[in-house]
Ligand binder design. Structure first.
Ligand SMILES: [Zn+2]
Length: 322
């Protein structure tokens, strides 16, 4: 099993794809097993040569800027290192999507991953906390009593820490987080058919602030999106996560299906979304396709309906399917 972690240059100022600047990974005999091997490479950013303010704070960002390897060379070395190991694990299960997006951008083969264990979700299951509550790697490492020898936000060390945490997870929690292997069909078939109509650049819309992250995703404010051509609203039904960014789609009866992208970030007073109907450039399509391979967040029904159902139950009138 390969435990992967990436560091990347975040999209900012009109950017659309995370550009990877470090690939770190360790190989385990099995989840929780001994570390057999490791991989670490810094990558010189070449799509966006300037680092984002967040990426600049990474402990190893200087190594990326002076790295000799570009993405294609480092990725090829990583593919060679992976060999036939197609069971991966990641903290949050988003990294292979970012890797796939970068690979697609450079027109290189997809990551050879057939199943990916979301160690973060498995950690939540082991603890018995809700799926929407995500524990940061630092907290999990501390919780497990693992000595804090290495600094965080270095891809190799984060992969190592995640691998060590995996020893602490229950078998049940781990098993449940392995998605079934893909059917072998090319993934492109699952891609969404967006409206071919061109539309003007769409404004950003603020959503929230809400006390919980899931409330941002569930809110009408986030989910009801006006068609970029006729302004008739359509509803987003599920969000596909890609780090702090969520992708969804909605339909206009007349103009077809459109993409929605929403970043959700923590503010001083809660969680806030920034939503936009993006223009479909090639990196945007790649990022969307990568996110679309993740387990989606299904939006819940409106609060009013749930309250009503709850009240009925209280009176002992609950009917199946009511
Ligand atoms: Zn329309």
């Amino acid at each position: 099993m390969i435990v992967l972690d990436l560091e990347w240059n975040q999209p900012f100022g009109g950017r659309r794809m995370e550009e990877i600047i470090q690939i770190g990974a360790v190989r385990l005999a099995e989840p929780g097993g001994t570390v057999q091997d490791w991989f670490n490479m810094h990558i010189r950013p070449s799509i966006y040569p300037k680092l984002s303010p967040v990426a600049r704070k990474l402990p190893e960002s200087a190594q990326a800027l002076t790295a000799e390897l570009d993405f294609p060379a480092a990725y090829q070395a990583f593919l060679d290192w992976c060999g036939d190991d197609s069971l991966w694990a990641e903290w949050g299960a988003q990294d292979h999507g970012v890797l796939a997006a970068n690979a697609a951008y450079w027109r290189m083969p997809e990551p050879p991953v057939t199943a990916c264990v979301d160690l973060q979700a498995a950690f939540g299951r082991t603890l018995g906390i809700g799926i929407g509550r995500r524990v940061a790697l630092e907290q999990a490492v501390e919780y497990c009593g693992i000595p804090l020898i290495y600094e965080f936000h270095n891809a190799l060390y984060d992969a190592l820490y995640a691998a060590l945490v995996s020893a602490w997870l229950t078998k049940d929690a781990l098993a449940a987080s392995v998605p079934p292997p893909s059917t072998g069909k090319p993934r492109r078939r699952r891609s969404i058919r967006f409206s071919p109509v061109e539309y003007p650049r769409q404004p950003r819309q603020k959503v929230g602030v809400f006390p919980e992250r899931e409330q941002v995703l569930n809110s009408r404010q986030a989910r009801l999106v006006p068609c970029p051509l006729c302004r008739t609203p359509g509803a987003v039904e599920s969000w596909y996560p890609q780090g702090d960014v969520f992708y969804g789609t909605f339909r206009c009866q007349e103009h077809g299906r459109f993409p929605v992208r929403m970043s959700v970030t923590r503010q001083k007073d809660g969680w806030q979304g920034r939503r936009v109907v993006p223009t479909l450039t090639e990196p945007e399509r790649a990022a969307f396709a990568a996110a679309h391979q993740h387990e989606p967040f299904q939006c819940r029904r409106e609060k009013a309906k749930r309250r009503k159902r709850h009240r009925k139950k209280g009176k002992g009138q609950s009917k199946p399917g009511a």
